[in-house]
Structures are given as C-alpha cells and as structure tokens.
Ligand binder design. Structure first.
Ligand code: C5P
Length: 225
C-alpha cells in the first residue's frame, strides 16, 4: 500500500478555553485525536500514520495511539503548515506516493466521505479535498458591511485532503518560503498551480474549535453510528 496519513495535532487550541488541548478532550471515552485517527483508518486499520505533536505535549503518551507500532510521531511547528511539513518529512517517498492529511480536531469523518474523496482523486489523477457548500449569506467588511459575497461556488474547506506526497512537500516548502498564508494543504497546491478537486462532504465533519462544538460533536457521534 502506497498511501500514508498525517495528522497535525500540535495546536494549542486557544479558542477552546480549556487547559487540555482540544485534540485531547474526550468524547465517549476516547480522545478526539483517537476518533480522528480511527476515522482515517476505516479501510485500512494499519494505515501508516505520522502525528505531529507539540514540543511540550504531555498527553499523547497516555492515548492508545502511543502503543501502536504503525504510528510515528514528530514534533510540529509554530503554524499548522510547519507541523504538516515536519510530518511529511518523516515519510519515505520511495515507500509512499499519496498522503491524506486530516485535522486532529475532526473526529466525525464518515467512511463514505473518505471513500468518495479517494475514488474521485484516483479517477481524476490529482489531489483533492473534502468541502461543504456555504449555506449562509456571506458578507465582507467590519464593522460595517462592504459587500455581499456571492456564495454560489463558495465552499468550506474540510479535511481529509489527499495529495501526491512529493508534490505536496514541494508546494508547502515553496509556499512557506514565499511567505504565503497556508491554512490548509490545498492552499499551497493552488499557489503552486496544481489542480485540486473539490469533493462534496458532509457538513457535520466539524472541526472542534470552540467550547460549544464539543456538545455538538458528542451529539453527532451518538446519532451517526
Ligand atoms: O488551529 P486549527 O484549528 O486551524 O488547527 C487545525 C489542526 O492543525 C489541529 O488538529 C491542530 O492541532 C493542528 N495544528 C498543528 N500545529 C500548529 C497549529 C495547529 O498541528 N502549529
């Protein structure tokens, strides 16, 4: 198997107002990180995983992933893209062609979405991301509205994001060196002029970011199985 996965989990989660970083908060007896990793491994329980951790991380060691021989960890960086790049460096390009990148804080990925992403990218022969169409009317401005942004063809970028390993590494390195804002892998690939597919995914694949998201994630987890 030439696919590996990377989970950036080095964020401190300052918006969560919690001592414990959000990826280590618990939902139904497992940490959010464990749920996110399990969701990625639905089709291959031994999918090689590289997890980027904060330099001061003191929580990972007590998760079930710590004892898993198919999981490797690296120390992440100050921005998400630095953490992803550190994890990609740990993957041997002679061994892996494609890489899935999935936020540690997205525990609700459905198998049908993951499968659709992989199938569509394989068919198209290029990378792609899960994305959800924007539902609300979008405004630009503050404090006053400057403009209503046409929401037609506007999407929320979700994860996982699936790319050829070498192309993603090159794109991230070049984009970071150029000072481009890289808030997801796709933005680096777009910047490098690479095609990226938008694959529609479920909008309940939320990133647990604010305190109120935890109850919502618990509710989705109870109702989705
Ligand atoms: O902060 P944000 O919600 O965008 O983080 C998305 C994901 O990236 C989280 O899983 C977080 O742990 C990770 N991250 C990281 N390294 C950073 C910042 C965020 O691995 N420096």
């Amino acid at each position: 198997n030439r696919l590996a996965a990377v989970i950036p989990a080095a964020g401190v989660g300052s918006r969560m107002q919690s001592e414990v970083p959000k990826q280590y908060l618990r939902l139904h007896n497992h940490t959010i990180l464990e749920h996110s990793a399990a969701a990625l491994r639905q089709f291959n329980p031994s999918l090689p995983l590289v997890i980027a951790l904060g330099a001061e991380d003191s929580y990972f060691a007590s998760t079930s992933l710590a004892a898993d021989a198919t999981v490797r960890t690296v120390v992440g960086g100050s921005e998400r893209a630095d953490s992803v790049l550190a994890a990609l460096e740990a993957l041997d390009p002679d061994q892996f062609d494609w890489v899935l990148v999935h936020d540690a804080a997205r525990p609700l990925l459905h198998s049908a979405d993951l499968k659709r992403l992989m199938d569509r990218c394989q068919q198209a022969g290029c990378g792609g991301i899960l994305a959800a169409p924007v539902r609300d009317t979008m405004k630009r401005g503050g404090p006053h509205i400057e403009q209503t942004v046409d929401r037609d063809r506007l999407w929320h970028a979700l994860t996982p994001q699936l790319f050829p390993l070498l192309l993603l590494k090159q794109a991230l390195c070049a984009a970071l060196a150029d000072g481009v804002a890289v808030t997801d892998e796709a933005s680096a690939m777009e910047w490098a002029g690479q095609p990226v597919l938008l694959v529609e995914g479920r909008s309940d694949n939320i990133k647990v970011t604010r305190p109120e998201d935890l109850a919502l994630a618990a509710f989705y987890l109870e109702t989705q199985q």
